[in-house]
Design a protein around this ligand. Structure first.
Ligand code: KIV
Ligand code: ZN
Length: 499
């Protein structure tokens, strides 16, 4: 009989922890609903004690989602567990995820403690969480670098205390695949009562081995995998959900099944990338723009004769349909609605009206409006709460002349104007902007990305602006890249302007 693998998605917790990827509650609900539609078994919805925003999001996601288990993270600390339990009160199926660092590094340097004391704290946390919920998951942080014998003692003790799931994170992404697989095997063979709990993998990608490690974990007995859409997450990210789902689908020889409706992968990948302002690298497995593009003549010839010559995945299996409805200035609301639905986005009629008006404005400037464009438009009201807005921007630039920009800003209803010259149009526009917002801000990172290929394409700009010792992230999207750059700068400023 085939083995069922549980998919635990942590896009909204480990993924959302990434600077610049923060979502508001409405956006988190949108992602959670799409995760439910995708068929994940567990949604880690947040870390409630960490901020009022996270607390509220766990509450709202619990109300909005029906089938998946909703999980809330906590440290092995009573007040964290209280907050997690409170935030989960509306969840139909709920889980508290609690844990503590078990490696020598964590025990000695983070906790200034001893292995026995940490083991006691682990057991107490599980027992405390059990007062609130039946389903308690324990994580042994930095298990990847934890001595196997000690790890087995901890795992045995927390299962005895009532943990239903035990998570073995390779927190630093250090393990080699065989090493991680052997760790899981060791636990399966040495822990009394291991059959009373599900063993989970949680692998980070610091050395590019997250997916390989996760699969080794699964092949050695893990039945749950902790993953994120597009592999986003702390530092180099987590194991990508789409990779594990497609490995299980392609490798019939493994006889492992998941509940994932793989045809929804493309849509949710684009939604997450768009809402989190996190571009997907073009050659990313499964969801990258080039994942199914055959460019060499030999490959094209082979694929035309029989797709299986160079394709192990049918693009339709991951939702890359060859839907032929092209969006242009003549497309109606129904076509836009259809395109958004293909990307997993449903909007109420009022929001759809607004997005449609923005769409028409964009379609006037571009021959063809792409999926990425409409997803940006659908997420565009994230600037609605902005205190500072761009009123107008005029730039003169060229070869052999200095660029000149004049800018108009609306700051909480008051109008401001300034002009400046610069080394190029973006430099001039930002100098003009800084004449109005006169603070010590330093541009730390600036990325411009064209979504598709045409010269009429929308450019996306990601920026990091340092102010007062903190780095703030900004995003802008416009067919005019100077305007997109200024929008990104303003987006970043809005994050600290009122502080
Ligand atoms: O990477 C990690 O160890 C984690 C735990 C909090 C589960 O994210
Ligand atoms: Zn993690």
């Amino acid at each position: 009989m085939s083995k069922r693998l549980f998919i635990f998605d942590t896009t909204l917790r480990d993924g959302e922890q990434v600077p610049g990827c923060q979502l508001n509650t409405v956006e988190k609900i949108e992602v959670a609903k799409q995760l439910e539609g995708l068929g994940v078994d567990v949604i880690e919805a947040g870390f409630p004690i960490s901020s009022p925003g996270d607390f509220k999001s766990v509450i709202e996601i619990s109300k909005a989602v029906t089938w998946p288990v909703i999980c809330a993270l906590s440290r092995a600390v009573e007040k964290d567990i209280d907050a997690a339990a409170e935030a989960l009160k509306f969840a139909k199926r709920k889980r508290i995820h609690t844990g503590i660092g078990t490696s020598e590094y964590h025990i000695k340097y983070k906790f200034n403690s001893t292995p026995d004391e940490i083991l006691e704290r682990a057991v107490s946390a599980v027992k405390y969480a059990k007062r609130y919920v039946e389903d308690v998951e324990f994580y042994a942080e930095d298990a990847g670098r934890t001595d196997n014998e000690y790890l087995a003692r901890v795992v045995e003790a927390v299962i005895k205390a009532g943990a239903t799931v035990v998570n073995i994170p390779d927190t630093t992404g250090y393990c080699l695949p065989a090493e991680y697989g052997n760790k899981i095997k060791y636990l399966m063979e040495h822990v009394d009562g291991i059959d009373k709990a599900v063993i989970s993998t949680h692998c980070h990608n610091d050395l590019g081995m997250a997916t390989a490690n996760t699969m080794e974990g699964v092949l050695n007995g893990a039945r749950q995998v902790e993953v994120t859409i597009n592999g986003i997450g702390e530092r180099a990210g987590n194991t990508a959900l789409e990779e594990i789902a497609m490995i299980c689908k392609c490798h019939h020889d493994l006889d492992i099944t998941t509940n994932i409706n793989t045809q929804k992968i493309g849509g949710i990948s684009r939604t997450v990338s768009s809402l989190m302002n996190m571009p997907v690298q073009p050659n990313k497995a499964i969801v990258g723009r080039n994942a199914f593009a055959h460019s060499s003549g030999i490959h094209q010839d082979g694929v035309l004769k029989n797709a299986q010559t160079y394709e192990i995945i049918n693009p339709k299996d991951v939702g890359y349909s060859d839907d032929q409805i092209v969006l242009t200035a003549r497309s109606g609301r129904a076509a836009l609605k259809h395109r958004l639905a293909l990307n997993g986005v449903t909007l109420d009629e009022d929001k759809l009206d607004k997005v449609y008006q923005d769409f028409l404005r964009l379609a006037d400037k571009k021959k063809e409006v792409t999926d990425d464009d409409v997803l940006i438009l659908a997420g565009a009201d994230r600037t609605a709460s902005h205190h500072i807005r761009l009123d107008y921007l005029q730039v003169t630039s060229g070869v052999g002349i200095r660029s000149v920009a004049s800018i108009g800003l609306d700051i909480a209803g008051e109008k401001f104007e300034a002009a400046a010259t610069g080394n190029g149009p973006v430099d001039a526009a930002i100098k003009a902007l800084k004449k109005i917002i006169n603070r010590k801000m330093v541009l730390k990172e600036f990325t411009i990305q064209a979504i598709n290929k045409g010269s009429d394409d929308v450019g996306k700009v990601h920026m990091q602006v340092e102010y007062n010792g903190h780095v703030y992230y900004g995003f802008g999207a416009n067919t005019d890249i100077v305007a997109a750059s200024v929008e990104a700068y303003i987006d970043a400023i809005n994050k600290f302007h009122n502080k």
